[in-house]
Design a protein around this ligand. Structure first.
Ligand code: UDP
Ligand code: LCN
Length: 812
C-alpha cells in the first residue's frame, strides 16, 4: 500500500463485496455511535454479516487490509470518513458515500472537519476557524523516509551534515564559524581567529599533527600547548599527545571528505557542554520520601539518575579534552512552602552522589504572593510565565552566564524550557515520559468534556509549542514516537487533531522529523545489581525485609500473610493508580488455583485506608484491593505492603525475591516506559510485563522476560503459571530468563549509553541549528504568535486556589 493510496484501492475492494458492504454502510449510518473505533466497526460488520464463512471471505484481501488498518471512522450521513494508518506515521483519509459506495480521498483537514461535525457543527462550518500548521515551516528540512528509521535522528543528521560540509563552500564556512565560536566563559577553545579560513585550518592541522606525533602518546597537553597556540590552536583537543593527534586527524578527514561516523565521533569530542539546566517542575521533586506523593513517580527517579549520569560523562569528556573546568547541572523545580515533610521548601539542595549538580527550587508567584500548596500538574499553567522569568534571572546568576543546553521534562518543564531557550538562544531538548493526549480516548475532540477537569487545551498547546521549539526530542522508546503496528504513537497523535472551539491542527508534528531520538533510561546500577553479586548485597536490610515479607503480624505497613515461606514469590510494585493494574494482577492470581499453589504474591504500593487518599482513583483502587483479598481469601498466600520509598532497600527487595526464584510482574493497562521493569531485570529477576507500551520494547518475549496482555488476565496468568511449572522440572529455565534479562539491560538500557547519546545530541543539534537559522526564526515568531494571545488566554481560565498565599518577602 506504499505507492497506491486507500482511495485507489477501496472502490474495487468495495465493489467485490458490494451487497454486504452496502448493508454494512447502511448499518454504520444507522448506528447511534458517530465516532467509531476499529472495534466498533468490526462489531457492526459482525452483526450485519452473521455467517462467519461469508464474513471471512468479505474481510479477506484488500478490504480486510484497509479495515484492519483503520484507526477510526467519523459518521456524518451520507458519508463515513475513514482514518487509515497503514504504517507507523503514515495515514490516508477517505470518505465513502454510504448510499452509492463512491470513495474520495480527503485531506487530514477535511477528515478533522468530519469529526468536528459530530461534536461542534458550528465550528466545523466556520470557514475562518483557527488552523495550526507547523509543517508550513518545514519546507526546506530533510526528513526521514522509513518508518524503521524513526527515532534515529542523530544518525540521519550526521549524514546530512557530512554531505553539507563536503558540499557548498558556504556550508563548510558555517562549520568553521561554529568551531571559531566555541568558548568557555569568553575563553576560546579549539581554534582562534588565526585559523579563520578552511584552507588555513587544513594546512595548520597537517603541520600540527606531525608536530604532536613527535611527542610520546601520553605527553600532557601543556608540553606542546605553546607551539600549537602560535599556530592558532586553543585548548580542547585532548589531554595528551595521543588524543590530540586523533582529534586533529578526525577533523582533517572531515575537511577532506566528510562521513557520518567521523562527524559523530568528532562532535562527541568537542568541548561544547559545561552547563546544563533541566526543568522538572511539577510534583514534589526531592531526593527522599517523595515517591508516591501526588504526581511524583518515576520521572523524579529518571531526572536524578539522568543528572548523575550526565555529570559523570561530562567529567569524563572534560578530562579527555584536556580541560579543567567543572561542569554544572541545575535541576530547576518548584519550591512548595507547604512541603508535607519533604525538602521541597528548600531553595537549593546538592544532588546526592554528584559533585557539581544541584536542585534549584523557585516558587510559584501570583499577583498576591507565593503559592503555598502543591498544585496538580493539570492546574499548573497560570504560574509558568512568571516562573520562567524568575528562573531565568536565578539561573543566569548561578551559572554566571547562559547554560549550554536546556532540557525540559514533561509539559510544564518543556514549555518553560522553550521560553528560556528562545530568549537566550540556547540549544533545547525535551522529554515527555508520557504525553497525556493518548491516555484519554478522544481527549482532543471531546475537549468540552475534559477541559474543565484537566485543562487539556493548555496542555496540548504547551506540548505542541515545545515539541516544535525543541532542537531535539529525547524519547525512551520507539512506541512513544510512532507507536506500534496497531497503535499510534504518543507524538504521532499530535500530527493532526482538533479541539473544536479552539483550533484545528492540520500539521502539528512530523514523526519523520530527525529531531526525534530514542535514548532509553537505565536503572542506577550501584543499587540495582544482580542478586548473584553476593559480596555487594545490602545485607543490613535483611532483617527488615524478612519482617516486611514474612512476619506474622499485620500492621499499617503490611497486611496479609505468607504461610508457606518456601514458595517462590511473584512481586509487583507501583503507584496505586488504576492504570498500574495491581488489582488486576491480584484478581488473576486469586482466580488461578494452579498459580496460587505454585507461588506467593507480594504487592507493594499505596496504603490501606482509602479515606486518607486525596486522589479519587487511588482511593477506589485501595477499596477494590481489600475486596479482592476478601473475596478470593488471599490471606495466607498474599502480602500487601504499603508504598516503599527507600530505593536501596527496594533494590534488596527485588534481589530477595530473586533468591526465592520468583518473578516480577508489571501488569499495567498502559506503561509509557516502566522503570520498575528494568530495575527488576538489573537485579536478575525474571520479569513479566505488559505489552501495552514501553515494556513491549524493553523485553524480547521469552528471551529476556515475557510479555503479558493486561486485558487478558486468564492468558497472562497461564503464561506465569507455565513458567513456574517449567521451572519445577527444569531448573535451568529460571536462570535462562534471568540471564537473558541482564544481557538485554547491558546491551540497551544503561545510563552510560543514555548520557553518551544525550551529550552527543546537545553537540550535534547545537551545530544543526546553524543551518536552519531562518526556519528557526520563522517558527519562533509563530510560537510567539500562539503563545501571547492564545496560550496566555487559555492559562488564565485555569482557576488559582483560594488559599491565602505567602507575601513574597517571606521567602527571601
Ligand atoms: N517506586 C518506589 N516505591 C513504590 C513504588 C514505586 O520506590 O512504592 C519507584 C520504583 O522503584 C520506580 C519508580 O518509583 O523507580 C516508578 O517508576 P515507573 O517508571 O515504574 O512508573 P511511574 O510511577 O513513573 O509511572
Ligand atoms: C513516567 C511513566 O509513566 C513511566 O512509564 C516512566 O518509566 C517514567 O515516567 C520515567 O520515564
Amino acid at each position: 500500500m506504499a505507492t497506491t493510496t486507500v482511495a485507489d484501492i477501496m472502490p474495487d475492494a468495495l465493489k467485490q463485496s458490494r451487497y454486504h458492504m452496502k448493508r454494512c454502510f447502511t448499518r454504520f449510518i444507522a448506528t447511534r455511535r458517530r465516532l467509531m473505533k476499529l472495534k466498533n466497526l468490526m462489531e457492526e460488520i459482525e452483526n450485519t454479516i452473521e455467517d462467519k464463512a461469508e464474513r471471512t471471505k468479505v474481510l479477506e484481501g484488500s478490504l480486510g487490509q484497509i479495515l484492519s488498518s483503520t484507526q477510526e471512522a467519523a459518521v456524518v450521513p451520507p458519508y463515513v470518513a475513514f482514518a487509515v494508518r497503514h504504517n507507523p506515521g503514515c495515514w490516508d483519509y477517505v470518505k465513502v458515500n454510504a448510499e452509492n459506495l463512491s470513495v474520495e480521498a480527503i485531506s487530514a483537514k477535511e477528515y478533522l472537519k468530519f469529526k468536528e461535525m459530530i461534536f461542534d457543527e458550528d465550528w466545523a462550518k466556520d470557514d475562518n476557524a483557527l488552523e495550526v500548521d507547523f509543517g508550513a515551516f518545514d519546507y526546506s528540512n530533510p526528513r526521514l523516509a522509513l518508518p524503521s528509521s524513526v527515532g534515529n535522528g542523530l544518525n540521519f543528521v550526521s549524514k546530512v551534515l557530512s554531505s553539507k560540509i563536503g558540499g557548498k563552500p558556504e556550508d563548510t564556512q558555517t562549520f568553521l564559524d561554529y568551531l571559531l565560536d566555541l568558548n568557555h566563559q569568553g575563553e576560546n577553545l579549539m581554534i582562534n581567529e588565526n585559523l579563520n579560513g578552511v584552507s588555513k585550518l587544513q594546512a595548520a592541522l597537517i603541520v600540527a599533527e606531525v608536530f604532536v606525533s613527535s611527542f610520546p602518546k601520553d605527553a600532557p597537553y601543556k608540553d606542546f600547548e605553546h607551539k600549537l597556540k602560535e599556530w592558532g590552536f586553543e585548548k580542547g583537543w585532548g589531554e595528551n599527545a595521543g588524543r590530540v593527534r586523533e582529534t586533529m586527524r578526525l577533523l582533517s578527514e572531515i575537511l577532506q571528505a566528510p562521513d557520518p561516523i567521523n562527524m559523530e565521533s568528532f562532535f562527541s569530542r568537542l568541548p561544547t557542554t559545561f552547563n546544563i539546566v533541566i526543568f522538572s517542575i511539577h510534583g514534589y521533586f526531592g531526593q527522599a520520601d517523595v515517591l508516591g506523593l501526588p504526581d511524583t513517580g518515576g520521572q523524579v527517579v529518571y531526572i536524578l539518575d539522568q543528572v548523575r549520569a550526565l555529570e559523570e560523562e561530562m567529567l569524563r569528556r572534560i578530562k579527555q579534552q584536556g580541560l579543567n573546568m567543572k561542569p554544572k547541572i541545575l535541576v530547576v523545580t518548584r519550591l512548595i512552602p507547604d512541603a508535607q515533610g519533604t525538602t521541597c521548601n528548600q531553595e537549593m539542595e546538592p544532588i546526592l552522589n554528584s559533585s557539581h549538580s544541584h536542585i534549584l527550587r523557585i516558587p510559584f508567584r501570583t499577583e498576591k504572593g507565593v503559592l503555598c500548596q502543591w498544585v496538580s500538574r493539570f492546574d499548573i499553567y497560570p504560574y509558568l510565565e512568571n516562573y520562567a522569568k524568575d528562573a531565568t534571572a536565578k539561573i543566569l546568576e548561578l551559572m554566571e552566564g547562559k547554560p549550554d543546553l536546556i532540557i525540559g521534562n514533561y509539559t510544564d518543564g518543556n514549555l518553560v524550557a522553550s521560553l528560556l531557550a528562545n530568549k537566550l538562544g540556547v540549544t533545547q531538548g525535551t522529554i515527555a515520559h508520557a504525553l497525556e493526549k493518548t491516555k484519554y480516548e478522544d481527549s482532543d475532540v471531546k475537549l468540552k468534556e475534559f477541559d474543565p477537569k484537566y485543562h487539556f487545551s493548555c496542555q496540548f498547546t504547551a506540548d505542541l509549542l515545545a515539541m516544535n521549539a525543541a532542537d531535539f526530542i529525547i524519547t525512551s522508546t520507539y512506541q512513544e514516537i510512532a507507536g506500534s503496528e496497531a497503535r499510534p504513537g504518543q507524538y504521532e497523535s499530535h500530527t493532526a487533531f482538533t479541539m473544536p472551539g479552539i483550533y484545528r491542527v492540520v500539521s502539528g508534528i512530523n514523526v519523520f522529523d530527525p529531531k526525534f531520538n530514542i535514548a532509553a533510561p537505565g536503572a542506577e546500577q550501584s543499587s540495582y545489581f544482580p542478586f548473584t553479586e553476593k559480596q555487594k548485597r545490602f545485607v543490613k536490610f535483611r532483617p527488615a525485609i524478612e519482617e516486611l515479607l514474612y512476619s506474622n503480624e499485620e500492621n499499617n505497613e503490611h497486611i496479609g500473610l505468607l504461610a508457606d515461606k518456601k514458595k517462590p514469590i511473584i512481586f509487583s510494585m507501583a503507584r496505586f493508580d488504576t492504570v498500574k493494574n495491581l488489582t488486576g494482577l491480584t484478581e488473576w492470581y486469586g482466580k488461578n488455583k494452579k498459580l496460587r499453589n505454585l507461588v506467593n504474591l507480594v504487592i507493594v504500593g499505596g496504603f490501606f485506608d482509602p479515606s486518607k487518599s486525596k486522589d479519587r482513583e487511588e482511593a477506589a483502587e485501595i477499596k477494590k484491593m481489600h475486596g479482592l483479598i476478601e473475596n478470593y481469601k488471599l490471606k495466607g498466600q498474599m502480602r500487601w505492603i504499603a508504598a516503599q520509598p527507600d530505593k536501596y532497600r527496594n533494590s534488596e527487595l527485588y534481589r530477595t525475591i530473586a533468591d526465592t526464584k520468583g518473578a516480577f510482574v508489571q501488569p499495567a493497562l498502559y506503561e509509557a516506559f516502566g522503570l520498575t521493569v528494568i530495575e527488576a531485570m538489573n537485579c536478575g529477576l525474571p520479569t513479566f510485563a505488559t505489552h501495552q507500551g514501553g515494556p513491549a520494547e524493553i523485553i524480547v518475549d521469552e528471551v529476556s522476560g515475557f510479555h503479558i496482555d493486561p486485558y487478558n488476565g486468564d492468558e497472562s496468568s497461564k503464561k506465569i503459571t507455565d513458567f513456574f511449572e517449567k521451572c519445577k522440572v527444569d531448573s535451568k529455565n529460571w536462570n535462562r530468563i534471568s540471564e537473558g534479562g541482564l544481557k538485554r539491560i547491558e546491551e540497551c538500557y544503561t545510563w552510560k549509553i543514555y548520557a553518551n547519546k544525550v551529550l552527543n545530541m546537545g553537540s550535534i543539534y547545537g551545530f544543526w541549528r546553524q543551518f536552519n537559522v531562518g526556519q528557526k526564526q520563522a517558527k519562533q515568531r509563530y510560537f510567539e504568535m500562539f503563545y501571547n494571545p492564545l496560550f496566555r488566554k487559555l492559562a488564565s481560565n485555569v482557576p488559582i486556589p483560594h488559599e491565602e498565599p505567602l507575601p513574597l518577602a517571606t521567602l527571601d
